[in-house]
Ligand binder design. Structure first.
Ligand code: A3P
Length: 304
């Protein structure tokens, strides 16, 4: 089954989630070929929930001994976070690529949008760790709408906000249904807190230090007292801030080898932009779905 829509292409319902046709083969290759290592750290997100930000935080945090944060040619100052923490299906397994990722230095920092139930078996059986990030569905949707309709240079036929919103509510969105994606990881993170850390964009925005320390503890690389006293936590947060990253030359003018500009991953970087687009009807419709889907789960989104 397919739906016409975003990315000027088709979405296929594969194993119950919507995957852009362009990435379907790569998702399958990832599922069939990827051998997780115990030391792997895999970032999982719903698209447009702040993946770029968390990739940068993760890279800075895990590599802080090898690459001290204030060094002038820190990799994050000269490369885009998506290059430093590549997507399995969008990059490493895309288009029949044969990069030998078993040779990456450990711990390997990798990323995916694939839902929990469709992850390769080796991820489940290994001691690899999953860091999950989501964002409130209103801001995620608005960010996705901008991303697909305004930011991609070759997008010919923009979807109206209403069209895309109706699809989103039906569960048709990048790697959606959104609710299934979030709920599965949420439940698994409760069952297995040493395997999955569940983070929310809004919480990182509001209490960045607490969330970064949570991440460091989960990854078993907590900040020492000396590091805390010398301001490393703040240094990481400042380096990875929206203002800093989005103004770097590499992120303003750099491109992927496929030609897509890095700048498409930086737009506003705030909570609450949905207010500039959502009608009361849209809020009501989405609230209704969210209430029904997340009822009893204990998960609450923050919209401001
Ligand atoms: P907006 O479109 O709301 O601005 P992803 O990285 O998952 O594709 O998500 C992109 C969203 O994260 C965009 O949201 C983008 O602006 C925001 N973003 C990118 N870098 C960020 C940062 N360092 N801090 C906060 N938000 C960031």
């Amino acid at each position: 089954p397919k739906e016409k829509g975003w990315l000027g292409s088709y979405a296929y319902n594969y194993q119950g989630f919507w995957v852009p046709q362009k990435f379907l083969q790569a998702v399958i290759a990832f599922q069939q070929q990827f051998q997780a290592q115990d030391s792997d750290i895999i970032l999982v997100t719903t698209p447009k929930s702040g993946t770029t930000w968390l990739k940068s935080l993760l890279f800075a945090l895990v590599n802080r001994v090898k690459h001290p944060i204030l060094e002038p040619n820190h990799p994050l100052l000269i490369d885009n976070p998506h290059v430093l923490v590549p997507f399995l299906e969008h990059t490493l397994y895309f288009d029949g690529r044969t990069d030998d990722i078993s040779t990456f230095t450990s711990p390997r920092l990798l990323a995916t949008h694939v839902p929990f139930a469709s992850l390769p078996k080796s991820v489940h059986v290994s001691k690899s760790k999953l860091v999950y990030l989501c964002r409130n569905p209103r801001d995620t949707f608005i960010s996705m709408w901008h991303f697909t309709n305004s930011l991609l240079p070759d997008h010919k036929e923009a979807d109206s906000i209403e069209e895309m919103f109706n699809l989103f509510c039906k569960g048709v969105s990048l790697y959606g249904p959104f609710w299934n994606h979030v709920l599965d990881y949420w439940k698994k993170s409760i069952e297995n807190p040493n395997k999955i850390l569940f983070l929310m964009y809004e919480e990182i925005k509001k209490k960045p230090k607490i969330q970064l320390k949570r991440l460091a503890e989960f990854l078993e690389c907590p900040f020492s007292i000396e590091e805390e006293n010398s301001g490393v936590v703040d240094d990481i947060l400042n380096m990875c801030s929206f203002d800093n990253l989005s103004n770097l030359e590499v992120n303003r003018n750099g491109k992927f080898s496929t030609g897509e500009a890095y700048k498409v991953f930086f737009r506003r970087g705030e909570i609450g932009d949905w207010k500039n687009y959502f009608t009361i009807e849209m809020c009501n419709k989405l609230n209704h779905i969210v209430e029904e889907k997340f009822q009893g789960s204990g998960l609450k989104f923050s919209y401001v």
